[in-house]
Design a protein around this ligand. Sequence first.
Ligand code: FEO
Length: 399
Amino acid sequence: MNRIISERIRYVGVNDHSKVSFEGLWPLPFGVSYNSYLVIDDKIALVDTAEADFHSEYLSNVRELTGGRPIDYLIVNHMEPDHSSLMKDIREAYPDIHIVTNAKAVPMIKGYYGITDNIIVIKEGDSLSLGHTTLTFYMTPMVHWPETMVTYLAEEQTLFSGDAFGTFGAVEGEIVDSGACLCGWLGKTENCFAGFSDEMTRYYSNIVGKYGQTVQAALKKLSGLEIKRICSTHGPVWEQYVPEVIGRYDSLSRYEAEKGVCIAYASMYGNTEKAAKALAAELAKRGVRCSLHNIGAENVSYAYRDVFKYDTVAIGAPTYNNDIFPPAYNFMYGISARLVKNRKFFAFGSYTWAGASVRLLNEMAVKLGFELVSEGMSFAQGYSADKCSMASVAELMMK
Ligand code: FEO
């Protein structure tokens, strides 16, 4: 891998193809990268670290790319352990290093790693000279932790953005998006942004999705900066696709969506599943984009991705204990927790002796301010088109 990003910036991150679940929750079919950077001037700054499992590889990268020089500063933009857990190792390797971060990170550094000394506390707009270049710090609280901040290198119009603008997917080959960008095991993609597009939306919707308002505040704050390069903590270094990446975060954090339907269902004996498939078939006949997710069987991160992607959400759930079948209830709770707005909604599902799930799902959707496509379709026992015409629902969804 070419690790030289510019005259002064070096990439020292690592790719993880082994971890099964990110944050113990979200699958990584294409791996993930933990990005870290050196800014080399009269002084050397290291921006964030990497995940603890990669101790040896990471330190080897750092030693090689500093050429034996000491590191003066460790900039801590974000304290989540995928970026901070090699902090102690770096201090052991470079005993004179100073950690540079904001006040909210200080107790986290003590709590996670027991470190209390050699910390320089900076605040909004403060700068740190490295010699010929200067780093400036901007606070971006709750994107997606309270201590999150970004670091701007004006001389190279480069934003070290922490998790913001990041994506799942390891980056093999060339780390910069204009090069021969490889998305994990997807292989070479012609267009780096297109190659990472779905994994970026899945990352955003599951990790950052709740924080649309604070992402908007951060985007507004950063809009005054000239940004020609984004060095995020996950995924490619963005150069060619900076406007697209900022546009995607802007759109996602406004909860904007394209025309289409995310069908998410859970089924006990296959009857609600038949209804879900019938709806998908009717939508496909009419050329409406849709995705179908069995949220009782697959990891829900894919369905949440499509809740953010499409303007209509259809949830299928049987009635269970006079309530919503638990996987569907949990999924709706997750939509609510992500503060999703501005969606059309349709509920459907089977029952045996008394229906409750459709009514209760509708009540949850109304509380979220969703527009009901119809009163929903609740059907007794087995599914048939006579009992529950998905053709008519598909017609309503086309409006
Ligand atoms: Fe990639 Fe919030 O850590």
